[in-house]
Design a protein around this ligand. Structure first.
Ligand code: HEM
Length: 157
């Protein structure tokens, strides 16, 4: 039974990982360059629609990563402080801190930056905020890749 639960929650965990990180990679390296190439100044409209459709999927992935992560810890009997001991423990702690940064950036962009960009009249201010928002997505991509590396290291425990 324990093994079945582990497989089920690891499936949720890995599926949520590929949806969130895969979506970020697709948007940054495929959708934005293609939209700029084909639509020039109109690319913003298409990317707004892409973001509107991807955001609920990212929100759900974040929720599933937290829930499945907690269950994986519990199933592994690592819900106590033990999980944070030693080299693997430090890696797990770093992973959780980076995850919190990523989730914080995601909700800051969606709940604070996006409304501010929509409300701003001045073109200069709008493009400054859009550049900040894009750089934060790159930060989340980099953090996500480090989280994957840390997860692989934790798995060698
Ligand atoms: C961006 C966020 C995250 C990513 C990309 C991620 C990725 C992964 C991956 C790929 C594995 C499988 C490693 C393996 O066993 O081969 C894993 C395992 C695990 N993750 Fe995450 N994870 C994330 C967030 C979290 C969070 C928030 C938690 C805790 C609340 C968590 C807890 C765990 C646990 C307990 C395992 C099993 C570790 C073990 O092998 O004992 N993860 N994660």
């Amino acid at each position: 039974m324990k093994e079945l639960l582990w497989v089920a929650f690891m499936w949720f965990h890995l599926t949520a990982t590929i949806i969130w990180l895969g979506g970020i990679i697709f948007i940054l390296l495929v959708a934005i360059p293609a939209a700029k190439q084909m639509l020039r100044g109109e690319a913003g409209g298409l990317m707004g629609e892409v973001t509107r459709r991807f955001t609920p999927m990212a929100n759900l992935s974040i929720l599933f990563l937290i829930l499945s992560g907690i269950f994986l810890m519990a199933i592994n009997g690592n819900i106590s402080g033990e999980v944070l001991k030693g080299g693997h423990g430090t890696a797990m702690l770093l992973k959780l801190l980076l995850f919190m940064l990523m989730a914080g950036v995601h909700f800051f962009r969606g709940k604070v930056l996006a409304p501010r960009i929509a409300k701003t009249q001045s073109d200069g201010e709008k493009s400054r905020l859009q550049k900040l928002s894009l750089n934060l997505v790159w930060l989340n991509l980099g953090s996500g890749l480090v989280v994957l590396l840390l997860s692989a290291f934790v798995a060698t425990r």
